[in-house]
Design a protein around this ligand. Structure first.
Ligand SMILES: Cc1ncc(COP(=O)(O)O)c(C=O)c1O
Length: 458
């Protein structure tokens, strides 16, 4: 007898024949049929033809509510008219020049005025580049090599940014001094030597680790909410401890706000009232186009000053390109405190709705998160760090995939790890639709769960 996962997959294939066909062609040219690992899932992702507002339209003609928003980068949903107009006007005047533009200065001023820790900044093309340049700035400024990052923290597509991103329990080591664990077999050993891994939301352990490695540490980099581990918010005490322990030892504190800049006005640093030395930004500040930015205290950012004797080298063909500047400025100018309150409220009601559905269905699950950012976890334990989150998702195994596919078939798009992010294009009816879709999905899975995963039922 086919199991739950096989049943859901065959229903999904019947639901999306055109995407299935496109996926077969894609497998010919792309390893595994996909060119972006984070957007891939089995048996194949839905192929999208167009998007507008809160919705995606796929190759089979389905209208889908998009809670993915390109991994949180679309604060206003898709094809927001002001953004479209700004991009159209810009492309008619050229898409990229190796020269500064007034739009770079305008977007920079906008961000400087809104993000507390940013006195000066530089643009780049991605969040990965932003965290990398922040790390290089910290090394140049301190003359030290090592970087402390959080277990389960994700800072982009390069080795150090992915150390101990999702360590297997048997490799992770002691919570008080986690091992640096590579995510794949491509890591040079020097990266592991130069990375100190810290458990998230453990202020006392973090304080001890910082003290132990202080001589060698250039910076501590931290996300105010652990995105890849399922939107686990930092406690204020944890961030405050990192701030105090780094300040007292002349170690730089880098906030990776690539996801969390949509919180507060702007940034989790504003919300938590804790100012880092350097901030990595990305996603929402590009209005849907590729972008990144490194900002911080003026004296540190002067390390990039191109006319000084040994500036930190920062080039990159599309840094500050006028298309991203135009889209970013249009998007940020529309992102008012009222809009932020609106999407934070949607996020809160989504989590409340999901949590009620889990309770009503008698299934051990919960939605956690902060503001407009939410994530479902299949456990009723409190989730404060990467280990609890990883253990729960490994125990749940294919049940997470079944919920994801079940929601897609009911017209609701999330990340495969069940991350949901609200946009200003959404309203309470969209939240109600997502909550109803989860209710139906769980109802459909309940009998299978009773047979295959009874430990998930109360
Ligand atoms: C917290 C965080 N930092 C950095 C990055 C990397 O940004 P990008 O994908 O634009 O390179 C991401 C991407 O998801 C992220 O979530």
């Amino acid at each position: 007898m086919a199991g739950m996962y096989e049943r859901i997959c065959s229903e999904y294939e019947a639901f999306s024949p055109r995407s299935r066909e496109a996926a077969v062609a894609a497998r010919d040219v792309f390893p595994g049929g996909d060119t972006r690992s984070s957007a891939h899932f089995a048996p194949y992702p839905l192929f999208v033809e167009r998007a507008a507002g809160a919705c995606l339209y796929d190759a089979d003609g389905h209208r889908l509510l998009d809670f993915m928003n390109n991994f949180t980068s679309l604060i206003h949903g898709h094809a927001q008219p002001d953004v479209v107009l700004a991009v159209k006007e810009q492309i008619a005047r050229g898409s990229a020049y190796a020269a500064p533009t007034a739009s770079q200065v305008l977007l920079a001023q906008h961000l400087r005025d809104r993000v507390p820790g940013v006195e000066q900044l530089r643009f780049c093309s991605s969040g990965s580049e932003a965290t990398l340049m922040a790390i290089r700035c910290a090394r140049a400024a301190t003359g030290r090599q090592k970087i402390m990052k959080m277990e389960g923290g994700y800072h982009g597509s390069y080795e150090m940014a992915e150390v101990s991103l999702a360590p297997m329990a048997e490799l992770a080591g002691d919570l008080a001094a986690p091992n640096p664990v590579p995510i794949d077999d491509s890591f040079p050993s020097s990266v592991l030597t130069d990375t100190v891994v810290c458990p998230y939301n453990e202020p006392e352990l973090a304080r001890q680790l910082i003290a132990r490695h202080a001589q060698d540490l250039a910076a501590v980099i931290v996300e105010p909410a652990l995105g890849s581990m399922g939107m686990v918010p930092a406690t204020r005490e944890f961030l405050a401890t990192l701030r105090e322990a780094t300040l007292s030892r002349d170690i730089l504190l880098i906030f990776d706000e690539v996801i969390t800049l949509r919180l507060g006005d702007l940034g989790a640093q504003q919300l938590y009232g804790i100012t880092p030395d350097l901030t990595a930004m990305g996603k929402v500040i590009g209005g849907g186009l590729p972008i990144g930015a490194i900002g911080g205290r003026k004296e540190l950012m002067q390390r990039f000053h191109p006319d000084q004797p040994r500036p930190v080298m920062h080039a990159s063909t599309f840094s500050g390109n006028p298309m991203s500047m135009a889209a970013g400025l249009a998007a940020m100018q529309r992102f008012t405190p009222q809009q932020r309150t609106h999407i934070d409220g949607l996020g809160e009601r989504l989590r409340d709705g999901f949590n009620k559905v889990f309770r009503d269905a008698g299934i051990r699950g919960q939605a956690i998160g902060i503001g407009s950012l939410s994530n479902i976890h299949l456990t009723d334990e409190a989730i404060g760090n990467a280990r609890v989150s990883l253990a729960a998702s490994r125990r749940a195994g294919r049940v997470l995939r079944c919920i994801h596919l079940g929601m897609l078939m009911r017209g609701v798009v999330s990340a495969a790890r069940l991350m949901y992010c609200a946009s200003t294009a959404m309203n309470d009816a969209d939240i109600a639709a997502a909550v109803a879709a989860l209710r139906e999905t769980l109802l459909d899975l309940r009998d299978d769960l009773r047979r295959e995963k009874p430990e998930l039922l109360y």
